[in-house]
Design a protein around this ligand. Structure first.
Ligand SMILES: C[S@@+](CC[C@H](N)C(=O)[O-])C[C@H]1O[C@@H](n2cnc3c(N)ncnc32)[C@H](O)[C@@H]1O
Length: 238
């Protein structure tokens, strides 16, 4: 079933070749088909609702630097973070955690001591909390914290060691969140890895001189890397 879902991104790539209005229409249809497939193949099986996209204007939260809710693909962590690289003292955080898809994946598939999701929207946090209750994934709820907050008002805890970002915000908000993270690392120097899915603000990360690129996982065609669908993994220098 995973194979079936993963063929859909290839169709998306094909629509880019078509281009124009027809390409746009096709891309929209494929996106909807992908959400339906995800709901059918994964959400139903895992007892959650994470597939439906949500625009922030429907919650009165629209801002040009905030990105709407669209979940990372199930399996994104599995493909980017080998289980043996996570120890029983590691702490995971998803900044802009939406309906908690990656929070659930982190809590179910790894030995994290704690898994934290920080989400701006109260409505999405409510869905995330319902997902935590209803999921059939093997998650220990007492290890999961779902926090409703603007990342700008949230202080990253000094024991966080794996940070997940699925292109949640841009520009100055992104810069402030990264400063917040680096402040935490400077308060308590420790190894921290950052997993950045759809890494559109990578130039800013690299401009700080503190992020070392470790590896890239991409769905793109050989030799071509498109920022969307790509995951980059970095370590932070202390
Ligand atoms: C692209 S979605 C990613 C959702 C989730 N990380 C996943 O991969 O399934 C981006 C999320 O970031 C949230 N977001 C946007 N701006 C935010 C902010 N300033 N503080 C916290 N969350 C924010 C959005 O509400 C949305 O749920």
């Amino acid at each position: 079933m995973t194979v079936l879902l993963e063929t859909v991104p290839l169709l998306e790539l094909a629509t880019e070749e078509v281009g124009g209005a027809f390409g746009g229409l096709l891309a929209g249809n494929i996106r909807r088909a992908r959400q339906r497939l995800s709901r059918l193949l994964f959400d139903r099986r895992y007892g959650v609702e994470t597939a439906e996209f949500a625009h922030l204007d429907q919650f009165g939260l629209a801002h040009h630097e905030r990105v709407y809710y669209s979940p990372a693909n199930w399996g994104t962590l599995r493909r980017t973070l080998p289980a043996h690289e996570v120890g029983a003292d590691d702490v995971f955080i998803d900044l802009g955690s939406g309906k908690a898809r990656m929070v659930l994946e982190a809590a179910a598939r790894y030995r994290f001591r704690q898994v934290i999701g920080v989400e701006l929207s109260a409505e999405l946090t409510e869905v995330a909390r319902a997902n935590l209750k209803s999921t059939r994934l093997p998650v220990r709820a007492d290890r999961v914290d779902l926090i409703q907050s603007d990342v700008l008002n949230y202080r990253i805890p000094d024991d966080v060691s794996v940070v997940f970002l699925n292109n949640p915000f841009r520009g100055e908000i992104f810069a402030a969140a990264i400063t917040n993270l680096l402040d935490s690392v400077d308060r308590r120097p420790r190894p921290v890895r950052v997993i950045y899915f759809n890494p559109v603000e990578e130039p800013f990360l690299l401009s700080t001189g503190r992020f070392r690129h470790l590896r890239t996982v991409t769905r793109g065609r050989a030799g071509e890397i498109d920022v969307f669908g790509t995951t980059r993994i970095y370590s932070i220098t202390t």
